[in-house]
Structures are given as C-alpha cells and as structure tokens.
Design a protein around this ligand. Structure first.
Ligand SMILES: Nc1ncnc2c1ncn2[C@@H]1O[C@H](COP(=O)(O)OP(=O)(O)OP(=O)(O)O)[C@@H](O)[C@H]1O
Ligand SMILES: [Mg+2]
Length: 234
C-alpha cells in the first residue's frame, strides 16, 4: 500500500506514494515550498478520514491556515475536522498538552520531551505526522545530535507516516537526519532572469524505485504541482 502525498504529480516519482509508517525528510532553501507540501499532505489525509498531526515551533495555527488560504486545497475547512491536531511546542497550550504525557513528572529535561512527543503521537494513533522543523527542534535538544538521533529513531519506530522538514541551503551539507530517514526529498529554487525556477528531487527512498531527476515544481491555485515529465537543469 502506498500513501498519496496530496501533491499532484509527485507520487509518479515514487511509485505511487510514500510507504506507510516511515520517516521522510524534506529539505530546501527558504521559500522553496516545504511547508506548503506538508500542508497538502495533511489535507490529503484529512480528506481520507485519517488522524493527522502538525507539530511546529514556527507559527500559530491561525498563521499557518492564513498562509495556506491563498490556495484552493481546502486546508482551513479540512483542519476543522476532528482528525486534526496542531501543536506549537513553544506555546503554553502545546506545552500543557505534552505535559499530560510526561511519565517521569519531570518536564524540564530533553529526554522527557522526546518521550512526551512520541507518547502523544502513539496515543492518538496518528496516521500522518508533520514536524516543522529540525532547526527549531535542535533548540530543544541542548546536547545536540545525540538526542536528535534518539528522537528520530523513536519516530521511525512509530506508526505514523512522518514528514520532517529540515532546512538546508547547501545541497551537499547532509545532516544526521538525511542518513537516518527512509526517504529524502530536496526542494530547489533559483532566481533566473525570467523569474524563480522551482524544482523537486527525490534523493532517496528505501524500497522504492525512484525518479531522482530534478522535476519542475510550481505554485498554482491548488497548491504545489509537480510536472513529472519536465526536467529542470541546475
Ligand atoms: N500562490 C501562492 N501563495 C502563497 N505563497 C506563494 C504562492 N506562490 C508562490 N508563493 C511563495 O511560496 C513561498 C512559501 O512557501 P513555503 O512556506 O511552503 O516555503 P518553505 O520552504 O516552507 O519556506 P521556509 O523555509 O521559509 O519556511 C513564499 O515565498 C511565497 O511567496
Ligand atoms: Mg516553512
């Protein structure tokens, strides 16, 4: 079984969709479409009646909904459904929600943050999980990559199909999460005389015969659209 991404044309690059219960990392420069892609992924899940969770440290739920309201994929209406949970880790509400899952009673250490998030995700039987983003997650993980690795390993073992946004401006500077993940997708954008050229590229996807060329990516009224037949040269 494959999980449809919700992004038109993208699934053709990965044999029809994501393999379920796996961890995928989305990387790319600012404004390249990472958050929009994950919003479409969530919208697709909600349309299919799945449990979906969006964990962020970036913005409020209202800001995310406002940003996505310029598209017609129905994000606002869909996120009103019972299947949707939004958690901002730095908001009092988000912290309160997670503290209900504190096993040790200690809410301050990083170890317990990992445990709380993972326990929360598993308790809700989440089908689709988005985490935006590793840059901000690192702020929580004071001891750096060791705790991050523990967190990602726990997510890999969970039941959700997870998209993790990991900012990256240099396409050759890989991080631990790129190696740990089952799949890695790069977003590209570069300014040309004619305007911004956008592309998307599947770098790896275990168990899947991928198209790893850079394919054309564009913003339309319905959100991001991939043209699997149009190759973009860097
Ligand atoms: N129709 C549109 N509606 C909204 N944004 C659009 C549209 N067309 C192009 N964009 C651009 O897409 C970008 C937003 O994309 P998105 O937030 O998905 O990127 P991102 O990769 O998550 O960026 P960041 O790393 O800064 O979070 C903005 O720069 C915005 O100007
Ligand atoms: Mg973003």
């Amino acid at each position: 079984m494959r999980i449809p991404s919700g992004v038109s044309g993208f699934d053709e690059l990965i044999q029809g969709g994501f393999l379920p219960r796996r961890l995928y990392v989305l990387s790319g420069p600012p404004g390249s479409g990472k958050t929009t892609f994950t919003a479409q992924f969530i919208a697709e899940g909600l349309r299919n009646g799945e449990q979906c969770m969006y964990i962020t440290m970036h913005e409020t739920e209202e800001e995310l909904i406002n940003d996505m309201s310029s598209f017609d994929f129905g994000f606002e209406t869909l996120t009103n459904s019972d299947g949707f949970r939004y958690i901002n880790l730095v908001s009092p509400k988000g912290k309160h929600l997670l503290n209900q899952f504190s096993q040790s009673g200690s809410t301050s250490n990083v170890q317990s943050l990992t445990d709380k998030i993972v326990a929360f995700v598993n308790s809700r039987q989440v089908d689709r999980l988005v985490i935006d983003s590793t840059m901000l997650l690192r702020l929580f993980f004071a001891n750096g990559s060791e705790e991050m690795t523990r967190f990602l390993t726990a997510l890999k073992q969970g039941d959700a199909t997870t998209l993790l946004i990991s900012e990256m401006t240099d396409p050759s500077s890989y991080s631990d999460e790129h190696f740990l993940a089952h799949g890695v997708v790069f977003f590209h954008n570069y300014l040309e005389a004619t305007g911004m050229t956008r592309g998307i590229q599947v770098i790896k996807m275990r168990g899947t015969n991928i198209d790893c060329d850079i394919r054309s990516l564009s913003f339309t009224d319905n959100g991001l659209v991939v043209d699997p037949r149009s190759k973009v040269d860097l």
